[in-house]
Each structure stands twice: as structure tokens, then as C-alpha cells.
Design a protein around this ligand. Structure first.
Ligand SMILES: Nc1ncnc2c1ncn2[C@@H]1O[C@H](COP(=O)(O)OP(=O)(O)OP(=O)(O)O)[C@@H](O)[C@H]1O
Ligand SMILES: C[C@@](O)(CCO)CC(=O)[O-]
Ligand SMILES: [Mg+2]
Length: 397
């Protein structure tokens, strides 16, 4: 099979409301960021598959002959109603040497790559290729780095397998796929997320695939086309955490206290719906201070709920207190337990207030920056449309 070289990218995301509750069938509102993960796929003739993941200091190379063994052993059938081929996952775990409880970054990243690669090429010949990924997103910090990685893998490997076309024309800088192809990319990215997360809702890979702001409910994705321009401050507390562990922790709490936790999840659902309504009002009537007051109150209530779910962290409490001292409201975003928080900036928030808040947070050792939201979903790039410093990293290997 003739594999073509290509560059793809996918955005990270911030969840405005609904993290964790969305895993249990409640509404989430999420938006793409202007921070992206980039992937370069290169056809080779080495008889090997190589992955270079410099963000996590991971570099692997496998002989095609070793990987072919894994196909012949696996039956290749998914169990009825199951999304993942459990037998293949088991063989890959043995091959890489990961035990069930092992969550290390490198193992999860290589496992999801190998799963998608072998699944897509198992019925043809395994191609010799090299994949390099570089991300502007912090890894494992709540901004959907796992989903952006999985979406890039899915898009690139689906193109390489011929299951979807490469949409870029000679004269284009960037190009996107048609709806049907995006759905296929999203479904393979979801499988990558299942390997990294355990039990993902699918909201993160949906944002990585489609971009923009969307409402997500039980696998149903509704793009919100009319949304006001929101100014958001992103803060990375740099406290490491694992989405898989946090999602499991919330599940345990729900199982232990079903009648206590059910109203909390319902309340988060109502927060997402109320937020969506306010955002829609803000696009069709003059924006008032009252709109922002409501958005701020929703942020505060949700942050309390997330603490009740057991996914807070003292560093996130500090973030909320420090920003509130400047009149700004914050909540964690993504899985919590550390990682990132979002702070809503009002249109009238003075730039000196923003600057002093950013400085306060940096003095605490956090990373903090104002971000723009709503970047495009997964894209194919011509090399000239990839930022120079990113191209330099991708071409280094
Ligand atoms: N740039 C990257 N290169 C290789 N692997 C990555 C990269 N980014 C993310 N990953 C994989 O994703 C894992 C982190 O996923 P995790 O879901 O815990 O965090 P997140 O996606 O950043 O946060 P959240 O799910 O809360 O939005 C890493 O352990 C690694 O396996
Ligand atoms: C915590 C969670 O709700 C969001 C992680 O970004 C997990 C998920 O939806 O898969
Ligand atoms: Mg993730």
C-alpha cells in the first residue's frame, strides 16, 4: 500500500460546564482552544513503525514482523455491543508490558497508537511508517491533550489506510473532511480515548474533531453556532493528575452515595442548560452586566459541585480565591484533581486587573495566559501552514 506523507492537527478544549456529569449522561458545554496538537506521518522503507512523542519523551520503533504476530494471534472480532476489541487490547498490553493498573503516559500513548494502527491495517499489509506528534497543549492537565492526540492519530491513520481521502488540494493551506469522514475520525479517536481514559464520554474527541463550541449529551453532538465572544483566562496549576483515575473516583462516589450524588449531577445538568440559554440570549439581545453576573454565579456553583464530587484540589481552591480577590470567577476545567482552571473575564475587566491577576497566579508557580476560543477542528495542513517552530520539531525526527 502506498502511504502518503501528511500533516494534521487537532485542537484542545475547555469544558465550560458538565465535566464528569457528562460521563453519566448529563449535558456538557465545551469549546475548542487555539492550542493544537500536530502530527506528521511519513512513509518509510525501513520495515519498521516508529513513533516520536517528544512532549512525553517517548520514542519507539517496532519491526513490522513483530507487529504482524499480533494480528495473527488476535481473532479480530469485537464482542457484540463492545466498541473495543478486548482481545487485541490484551495482546498489545502484553506486548508493551503494561499491567491493568499501569497508567503511565508513554504506555497509554503507545497502546492507543498501536491499537488504531493495527485495527486499521489488519486486513491488508502493515505499512512501514513514522509518526511524530508535537503539542502546544500541556499533557494531562485538563485541556483535552489525550483527545487531540487520538483525533490526530485517527485522522492520519485513516488517510494512510485509504479509508478516508486526504482533503488537501495542491493550492490549499489547510483543509477539512466531509461530515461522514469526520464521524469516522471521531469514532476511531473515541477508541483511542477509551484506551487512555477507560470510560470517556466522547465530549473531548468531539471538540477535537469538530472544533467550535458544542453541546454534548449522551453521544449527541450539537454545534452551537451563535455564541458570544468570551474572554477566558486559562491557568495550569501544574498539579499532575490522570483523567482515568478521577473518572473512576467519581463513579465510586456515585455508587456509594447514589441518592446524594444524583441531585448533584442533575444540578450540573441544569447549570449547563442555563449557561447555554444565557449564551444564546447574549447573541440576540444587548449584552448586559446581568448576563455576566449569571455566568459567574454558574461558575461558582459548579465549582462547589465539582468539589462535592471529589475532583477538587487545594491548588484549584487557591486559583478560585486569588481570582475572586480581583473580582473574577473561576472553576476547574476537564477532569480536575489539579490541572487547569478557567476564569471568566468580563468585557469591562480592565487590562491592569488581568495583568495583576496573571502575575499573582504566576507568583504561585502556576502558568497563566489569556486564550482565544473556538479554533477549527481537525485539519490537514500543507507544510507551509504549520507554524515554523512546530514544523522544526516535526521535521527533527
Ligand atoms: N502530545 C502528546 N504526545 C503523546 N501522548 C500524549 C500527548 N498528549 C496527551 N497524550 C496522552 O494522553 C494522556 C493524558 O491524558 P489525560 O486524559 O489524562 O489528560 P488530558 O487529556 O490532558 O486532560 P482531560 O482529559 O482532563 O482534558 C497522556 O498520558 C498520554 O498518554
Ligand atoms: C472528566 C471528563 O468529563 C472530561 C475530561 O475532559 C471525562 C469525559 O467526559 O470523558
Ligand atoms: Mg483526556
Amino acid at each position: 500500500m502506498q502511504v502518503t506523507d501528511l500533516f494534521v492537527s487537532a485542537p484542545g478544549k475547555a469544558i465550560l460546564h458538565g465535566e464528569h456529569a457528562v460521563v453519566h449522561g448529563k449535558v456538557a458545554l465545551a469549546v475548542s482552544l487555539n492550542l493544537r496538537t500536530y502530527l506528521r506521518l511519513k512513509a518509510t522503507t525501513t520495515g519498521k513503525v516508529c513513533i516520536n512523542l517528544p512532549n512525553i519523551d517517548t520514542f519507539y520503533s517496532w519491526d513490522l514482523s513483530e507487529l504482524e504476530q499480533l494480528i495473527s494471534y488476535s481473532g479480530g472480532k469485537k464482542e457484540e455491543g463492545k466498541l473495543l476489541d478486548a482481545e487485541l487490547v490484551g495482546r498489545l498490553r502484553d506486548f508493551i508490558g503494561v499491567t491493568n493498573g499501569n497508567l503511565d503516559t508513554c504506555s497509554m500513548a503507545s497502546l492507543s497508537f498501536l491499537y488504531i494502527y493495527i485495527s486499521l491495517f489488519r486486513s491488508s499489509e502493515l505499512p512501514s511508517l513514522e509518526v511524530t506528534v508535537w503539542s502546544e497543549l500541556p499533557t494531562g492537565a485538563g485541556l483535552g491533550s489525550s483527545a487531540a492526540y487520538s483525533v490526530c492519530l485517527a485522522a492520519a491513520l485513516l488517510c494512510a489506510s485509504g479509508a478516508i481521502p486526504t482533503p488537501l488540494k495542491e493550492w490549499d493551506h489547510t483543509a477539512r473532511w466531509c461530515q461522514e469522514d469526520l464521524e469516522l475520525i471521531n469514532s476511531w479517536a473515541f477508541q483511542g480515548e477509551m484506551i487512555i481514559h477507560g470510560n470517556p464520554s466522547g465530549v473531548d474527541n468531539a471538540v477535537g474533531t469538530w472544533g467550535g463550541m458544542l453541546r454534548f449529551l449522551a453521544g449527541k453532538i450539537i454545534p452551537l453556532s451563535r455564541v458570544p465572544l468570551l474572554r477566558i483566562l486559562l491557568t495550569n496549576t501544574k498539579v499532575p493528575r490522570s483523567t482515568k483515575v478521577l473518572v473512576a473516583r467519581v463513579k465510586d462516589k456515585i455508587n456509594k452515595f447514589p441518592s446524594i450524588m444524583a441531585p448533584v449531577l442533575d444540578s450540573v445538568d441544569a447549570i449547563s442548560c442555563t449557561c447555554e440559554k444565557v449564551l444564546s440570549e447574549m447573541t440576540c439581545e444587548p449584552i448586559t452586566g446581568e448576563h455576566y453576573n449569571t455566568l459567574e454565579e454558574l461558575i461558582d456553583i459548579n465549582q462547589h459541585h465539582l468539589n462535592v464530587m471529589g475532583v477538587g484540589h487545594p491548588a484549584l481552591d487557591t486559583l478560585c480565591q486569588v481570582t475572586l480577590a480581583r473580582g473574577l470567577h473561576s472553576k476547574l476545567t476537564g477532569a480536575g484533581g489539579g490541572g487547569c482552571g478557567i476564569t471568566l473575564l468580563r468585557p469591562e475587566t480592565d487590562s491592569t486587573v488581568v495583568q495583576t491577576t496573571v502575575q499573582d497566579l504566576r507568583d504561585l508557580g502556576f502558568d497563566c495566559w489569556e486564550t482565544s476560543i473556538g479554533g477549527p477542528g481537525v485539519q490537514q495542513h500543507s507544510p507551509v501552514s504549520v507554524k515554523e517552530e512546530i514544523l522544526e520539531v516535526l521535521n527533527r525526527y
